[in-house]
Write a protein that binds this ligand. Structure first.
Ligand code: ZN
Length: 369
């Protein structure tokens, strides 16, 4: 079984907005209540406490007013977070959720068609039909598993619906030179490919900076916490959401085009999380260029067409090998060297293109293995 999510913009009515706000609040409440009890129990007995939302409904009757599946999902999340902590202390202990910084969202499950997509609306348990923009429809055989309703900082609402479907085996595309491409990650852009094509990310953030600066200046002139202040905050959040939508849209188009052109895309198996660490010195650029997001899109788009995203070991010295003669030149380790001449065969290399070609060659070797 395969899973795929589609996120839709929804326009809840005033009444539905109240219900959503209540549900977000109840989810936060139940998380905090259960966590507090788990902690006390652990301190007393050194054992893990099993709790269910039902146990709290007597003391907090308003919990009965919201979707009980939303609360059940909180229980599952907390259990996972709690178990993860005991398995690996590095993950950190589950934290209490504050009203101010808590993400406004909840997840509910589909039971006997309780979540349905119809014309221009989506049925949500407890809330009923909510107006929605169905920019994309699921395939006929996709089954709805669950849905996550969330509200963003600018006051907009979205629903992310998780579908489940049977994966039909696609016969793999034969591995030929033309069907394979290598990508070398560029911290300032997206990548350089093995054909020497450099792919940058449009600077949506930079383009919006003037607009943002103006809005932020206005915010400073308003009384902190006032109604006008909050309105201005929402306007700023809208710009950020717009930028993030633009980037995602761009990456979707680029990954689709790439998956149509090539069946096999070879990349270095980089750990995006560690690369965005401050120690690396380029945290912002890494977070900003969406390379990781691009790769995850490519991954399933290639698989759908009988191709594959091939990950080459991150210790493979892609930039130091001369792709013409295969000799290794450790001097190129210095990131400042953008161009170099092979001491053995005299070939002139652009650092990134050469690396991308080596990644492609290594990927082809892995595919043949
Ligand atoms: Zn050489």
């Amino acid at each position: 079984m395969q899973n795929r999510a589609i996120k839709y913009r929804i326009y809840p009515s005033a009444e539905q907005k109240i219900l959503f706000a209540k549900t977000f609040g109840c989810c936060r409440k139940i998380w905090n209540l259960m966590l507090a009890d788990k902690i006390t129990y652990y301190q007393q007995t050194k054992k893990m406490l099993q709790t269910t939302p039902a146990q709290y409904k007597k003391a907090y009757p308003y919990l009965k007013e919201v979707d009980s599946l939303a609360l059940a999902n909180v229980q599952l999340h907390l259990q996972t977070a709690y178990k993860n902590f005991f398995r690996d202390k590095k993950t950190g202990f589950p934290k209490f959720k504050s009203a101010k910084h808590c993400r406004k969202s909840y997840t509910t499950n589909c039971q006997n068609g309780s979540i349905r997509i119809e014309n221009d609306r989506i049925r949500i348990p407890k809330a009923g039909y909510v107006k929605a923009v169905l920019h994309r429809l699921p395939e006929k055989d996709w089954k709805i598993k669950s849905a996550t309703i969330s509200q963003y900082g600018d006051g907009t609402y979205y629903i992310s619906i998780l579908f489940e479907y049977e994966e039909f085996p696609v016969s793999p595309v034969p591995v030929t030179e033309e069907q394979v491409v290598g990508l070398d990650y560029k911290s300032a852009g997206l990548y350089m490919n093995s054909n020497g094509k450099c792919q940058n990310m449009p600077g949506y953030y930079r383009m919006a900076q003037m607009k943002l600066a103006k809005k932020q200046r206005k915010l400073r002139h308003k009384v902190s916490g006032s109604r006008n202040y909050q309105k201005q905050q929402k306007r700023i959040a809208r710009v950020y959401r717009h930028i993030s939508n633009q980037r995602k849209d761009y990456l979707h188009k680029l990954s689709t085009a790439t998956a149509k052109q090539y069946a096999y895309v070879c990349v270095e198996d980089l750990n995006m999380r560690s690369m965005s660490n401050k120690g690396f010195g380029n945290g912002k650029a890494t977070l900003d260029n969406g390379y990781g997001m691009f790769l995850s899109m490519l991954d399933y788009k290639l698989a759908e067409r009988g191709g594959k995203l091939v990950k080459v070991d991150k210790f493979f010295p892609s930039s130091q090998i001369c792709h013409c003669c295969g000799c290794r030149n450790p001097e190129v380790r210095d990131l400042r060297i953008r161009e170099w001449i092979c001491p053995d065969c005299g070939a002139v290399h652009d650092r990134d293109t050469n690396a991308a070609i080596n990644i492609k060659t290594e990927g082809m070797r892995l595919l043949a293995a």
